[in-house]
Ligand binder design. Structure first.
Ligand code: SAH
Length: 339
């Protein structure tokens, strides 16, 4: 088991179970996340026999960077995991800080038609530690502090719910990576039961919903999950979430040429989102070789934006990073593995 799998509470429990001082948990968190030790031997204020026990019970490094592709304000990382699977992360430099987009699964079972990652079925969930380590390895390579984390890489985070929650507990902890909850965003294609569960998760993290269509007919065509959870259920779950958390949700809307980018779609979207405390992020589609979808024309995106705006929907167009470096999620992995 990786030491990065454990929250501070779990580590405290571990030390109590082996009849050791529970404050070792805090000490060890500092060694791991502040001093960034690579071997338990370096944790010199923890007594030797405990360090030896830790080395027997836990591993430290479990993922490695295989390639880094760089462009202006963006770096894209390909990682190799212990079982030789690959996942990706993308680092983006904003004026407000450095944000890292991490992967949550190897492959993905959601099957969204436009998505490169989903071309490969889920092989397994990432462990909590593998997600934490994506941040550690990127900070180490780039010499930058990651201030924002978005769980929008390969995988469906709510299909790996427990590990995602522990991941958030660790990276948000002051003795962990100390990343503010409001700087952490979880993106889901809309697993309704998990949205309802997440409404009770006591951290002020952001929730983004991949909407991509304003009606069930179209949504079912491009996102199979819509057959399981129709828009009515999704919107109701979001209303519960908003009620309980008092937060605002983000709706992501990929602009696909001729598919979901017409005026009528914009108007339908206005109706759907009326009165919901949210904002819409229009995403220019990243085209990928294996899929036939094209990105909407800039003028179409602008018109769509105007309609939402005129109807009092808060809307932004996502700034683009790294089109030239296979930044469409999943592209780096498929290039490497050739599937
Ligand atoms: N499964 C989660 C998180 C991973 S996908 C989810 O569905 O939200 C993260 C976001 O990237 C989603 O909104 C997804 O629809 C979008 N996405 C997938 N392929 C894309 C592409 N080629 N160009 C732009 N956005 C894409």
């Amino acid at each position: 088991m990786s030491i990065y799998d454990l929250t501070i509470d779990e580590l405290t429990e571990y030390f109590l179970k082996i009849d050791e001082k529970k404050y070792y948990a805090t000490e060890l968190f500092s060694w791991l996340y502040n001093k960034r030790i690579t071997s338990f031997d370096e944790a010199t204020n923890i007594k030797k026999e405990v360090r030896e026990k830790l080395s027997k019970d836990f591993t430290i490094s479990n993922i490695e960077i295989v390639t880094v592709e760089k462009a202006k304000d963006v770096r894209k990382y390909l990682f190799k995991l212990n079982d030789k699977e690959h996942v990706e992360a993308v680092l983006m430099n904003h004026d407000y800080g450095n944000s890292l987009c991490i992967s949550s699964q190897v492959g993905c079972n959601m099957g969204c038609k436009f998505c490169e990652s989903g071309r490969r079925k889920k092989v397994r969930n990432l462990t909590t530690g593998e997600m934490v380590e994506q941040i550690l390895k990127v900070e180490d390579e780039s010499n930058l502090r990651i201030s924002h984390v978005v769980i929008m890489g390969i995988g469906e985070p709510f299909d790996n719910y427990d590990n995602i929650c522990n991941f958030i507990r660790i990276i948000n902890h002051p003795k962990g990576l100390n990343i503010g909850a409001r700087h952490i965003t979880v993106s889901t294609c809309g697993l309704v039961p998990k949205i309802l569960e997440f409404a009770n998760f006591p951290y002020q993290v952001n929730l983004a919903i991949s909407l991509h269509a304003p009606n069930d007919k179209l949504r079912k065509e491009i996102m199979p999950i819509a057959k399981v959870y129709p828009l009515k259920d999704l919107i109701n779950a979001i209303k519960v979430y908003l009620e309980k958390t008092n937060r605002r949700v983000t709706f992501e809307y990929i602009m696909l040429d001729g598919v979901n980018d017409k005026e009528e779609h914009a108007l339908e979207l206005v109706n759907l989102l009326k009165g919901i405390n949210s904002y819409v992020n229009l995403i220019p589609y990243n085209e990928t070789d294996a899929l036939q979808y094209k990105r909407s024309k800039p003028l179409t995106i602008a018109k769509f934006y105007d309609i939402l705006k005129k109807n009092n929907i808060t809307v932004t167009i996502r700034r683009e990073f790294g089109g030239t470096i296979s930044a469409a999620c999943g592209q780096l992995r498929s290039k490497k593995e050739d599937i």
